[in-house]
Design a protein around this ligand. Structure first.
Ligand SMILES: *Cc1c(COP(=O)(O)O)cnc(C)c1O
Length: 384
């Protein structure tokens, strides 16, 4: 294999259990497995999250809901995204609950003429989906609850700044939502109220309500973008490739498109068959990105290509093991004492950890294990 992304389902289970620690006994957890489980694989992530104590799952598209059902997953399922009429039918066929926020959406649901459990979304400040006007939102709750086929299942909102601990907009959103919920719940006592993403769960128990909706943290990434260790979260995914070429390089020799690496000393250049088509972003070129080889940090050399990267293995040094063809190269994960986190790559790219794992392409096969024991039998490339 050129490269593989190995996902430890036990890490996802433990992360979910960790996120449940601050929850009150009556508060349930809904694992967000949209975007193929943030690149980890939605079905395996969903199973692991349920094993770790999640009661609900959430996705964005109807197709994502169908895929979970086809895999035999029967947990309560929420489709959070906007849906066309055919997608609405697909989501309902999958037995998923759906979200509404405006009169037209509710009329469209009514026009389907079939039973649907509906979560009403208030836009408390995110400015994305959701009803801005709390009075209208309250009328919409009554309209859903009063409709023959519809059931008002939930009340929800989403935070814009939960990951920024210094920001007080979070508190304003929370207060807006809580005030609205109190009024609506007086008439509809059985609704499930939910708002908290990963950052909110860890930041403020007042945001937990009846159900929390973590995504990024269940995969062991830090919602605050610093270090998952700080929150006792465990990165579930390791991404490895291998050395396929090692060549001596003289001073003045260059590596890669545009000759952006020119050796200033005699060194050895390795080639690793994973590139921007696999999700090693080309923007990492010249930013000081590193991989791990034999437990040692090794810098990228030259422009990230579509199918490979160059790395500067350095001159042969006394007392260090000599790299060989087929040595494992860690793009994300641990090797000995060293580790490369999604947070580290995100920082180099001025982005967030979410984008790193979501960006791992379909050309990188996913393999699953439980603390090192392969799921479903044999390890097909144990060398990586
Ligand atoms: C993606 C998403 C979440 C999960 O957010 P994280 O920051 O990954 O925990 C929760 N709610 C909604 C509406 C989302 O779109």
């Amino acid at each position: 294999m050129r490269a593989v992304a190995r996902v430890n389902v036990a890490a996802i289970e433990r992360n979910v259990a960790r996120l449940r620690e601050p929850l009150a006994p009556g508060t349930a957890l809904c694992a967000v497995v949209k975007a193929d489980g943030y690149g980890h694989g939605a079905v395996q992530a969903a199973r692991a999250a349920l094993a770790g104590g999640a009661r609900w799952l959430a996705v964005v598209t109807a197709g994502e809901a169908t895929a979970l059902r086809r895999a035999g997953i029967d947990a309560r399922l929420l489709v959070m995204g906007p849906l066309t009429d055919p997608e609405l039918d697909e989501a309902l066929d999958a037995g998923a609950e759906v979200v509404a926020w405006e009169p037209a959406g509710i009329e469209r649901l009514l026009a389907r003429g079939r039973p649907a459990a509906v979560h009403l979304k208030l836009d408390s400040g995110m400015g994305r989906l959701g009803q801005r006007d709390p009075d209208l939102a309250r009328q919409l709750a009554d309209r859903i609850a009063g409709a023959a086929h519809l059931r008002l299942s939930g009340l929800m909102t989403h935070f814009a700044t939960a990951d920024d601990r210094d920001d007080d907009f979070f508190d304003r959103q929370l207060e807006r939502f809580a005030t609205w919920v109190e009024r609506v719940r007086a008439d509809h006592p059985d609704v499930v109220v939910h708002a908290a993403n990963s950052a909110a769960i860890l930041r403020d128990p007042a945001s937990h309500f009846d159900l929390v909706r973590p995504g990024v943290a269940i995969y062991g990434m830090d919602p605050f973008g610093v270090d998952p260790d700080d929150q006792r979260l465990e990165p579930a995914l390791e991404w490895r490739s291998r050395l396929v070429s090692i060549k001596p390089c003289d001073p003045g020799d260059s590596v890669g498109y545009g000759r952006r690496f020119v050796a200033d000393r005699a060194t050895r250049i390795g080639n690793v068959p994973v590139g921007y088509a696999d999700g090693v972003r080309r923007g990492l070129t010249g930013r000081g990105a590193e991989v791990l080889v034999r437990g040692r940090r090794v810098p990228f050399a030259g422009t990230v290509s579509m199918d490979s990267i160059g790395i500067d293995l350095g001159p042969l040094a006394d007392g260090r093991s000599v790299e060989e063809i087929d040595d494992a190269v860690t793009v994300l994960g641990r090797d000995g004492e060293q580790r490369i986190t999604a947070e580290e790559l995100a920082r180099l790219l001025d982005t967030i950890n979410y984008e790193i794992t979501c960006g791992i392409g379909p050309r990188v096969p996913r393999r699953y294990h439980r603390d090192g024991v392969p799921l479903g039998g044999v390890e097909d490339d144990p060398g990586l």
